[in-house]
Design a protein around this ligand. Structure first.
Ligand SMILES: [Zn+2]
Length: 109
């Protein structure tokens, strides 16, 4: 029982660490070109081409980073929508005729 709880917490902590790492450090060096962004053509060394995997940037997204960012974006946009709705509700309250006008619009500049 205790061991299972500890294992669960450890898994949770590892997942949190992994998600944080994927969020703050979503890129790693491209394995195909070693981070240079160039594809070396062995047959003709005088010509270089951009690495097809990283498109010349030298870094690729870590697996899972896209998922983490998408999740964070979904949570943030959801809370932004909630804030927006709360603001509209307050604006509707202000526009009610039985209340005095308050806020920056009623202020004299
Ligand atoms: Zn590359």
């Amino acid at each position: 029982m205790e061991a299972i709880t500890l294992l669960f917490l450890a898994t949770l902590a590892a997942a949190a660490v992994w998600a944080g790492g994927a969020y703050f450090f979503p890129f790693r060096d491209c394995r195909k070109c070693g981070g240079t962004g160039r594809k070396v053509r062995h047959l003709n060394r005088s010509h270089y081409a951009l690495c097809p995997r990283c498109a010349g940037t030298g870094s690729v997204r870590r697996p899972g980073a896209r998922l983490v960012h998408r999740t964070v974006f979904a949570i943030r946009s959801q809370s932004a929508r909630a804030r927006h709705e709360a603001r509209e509700r307050r604006a509707a309250d202000r526009a009610a005729p039985d209340r005095p006008q308050t806020g920056h619009r009623a202020r004299n500049y």
